[in-house]
Design a protein around this ligand. Structure first.
Ligand code: HEM
Length: 171
């Protein structure tokens, strides 16, 4: 009889642990069109809109780049240098997501030329982001020579794009 009781208890407890599995989250992004199609402006700590400009994000990148160049060879500063690249990446992503200022766009010319400038801007900022990721990897792996080359390439790209967009460089 004992075996029957244990068998009953076992099957009962098995039944009780068979909770409904958690409802699967919708896999298709098309189920959330409202969120995907309506990007929100960046929110500040108080929930308010923060005043971030392309210029401000560019200046963030510039500050970090200057410090990074001055201490790139110092292996003891690897973590600090990685943090500086992270700052540049943040500045890059922020600038990429912002609308170009009106005066910059107007320099392009008519509407078609402005649309082209916007498209080119996003593409170039993406290229920059990829270079920054390679830079982060190079520094993380202790490859100082490679890091130096990537920085030179980033500066060439910056100068070329600033020139093309009529931005005056401060260096
Ligand atoms: C690491 C690379 C870069 C750095 C350090 C950098 C730095 C800067 C700085 C310091 C400014 C402000 C200039 C001033 O008014 O004093 C600026 C402005 C600007 N940069 Fe960059 N830049 C970089 C890459 C780029 C790239 C790749 C593009 C284009 C795709 C770009 C587009 C612009 C534009 C459009 C402005 C004008 C913003 C405005 O007038 O409000 N920059 N950048």
């Amino acid at each position: 009889m004992n075996w029957l009781v244990s068998a009953l208890i076992l099957s009962l407890s098995a039944l009780l642990t068979l909770d409904d599995p958690p409802a699967p989250r919708p896999a298709s992004p098309s189920s959330q069109p409202a969120q995907a199609e309506r990007p929100r402006p960046p929110q500040g700590p108080g929930g308010g809109e923060r005043r971030i400009s392309v210029e401000g994000a560019m200046k963030t990148m510039n500050r970090s780049l200057k410090q990074l160049k001055s201490q790139l060879a110092e292996t003891s500063k690897r973590d600090e240098n990685l943090a500086l690249v992270n700052e540049m990446e943040r500045g890059c992503v922020t600038a990429k997501g912002l609308a170009l200022p009106k005066d910059v766009l107007e320099r392009a010319g008519d509407e078609a030329a402005q649309a082209k400038m916007k498209q080119n801007y996003r593409a170039e900022m993406l290229t920059l982001l990829k270079s920054l990721i390679s830079l982060e990897e190079a520094i993380g792996n202790g490859k100082a020579d490679e890091a130096k080359k990537i920085i030179e390439e980033i500066q060439r790209q910056r100068d070329k794009e600033h020139k093309a967009m009529g931005v005056k460089d401060d260096e």
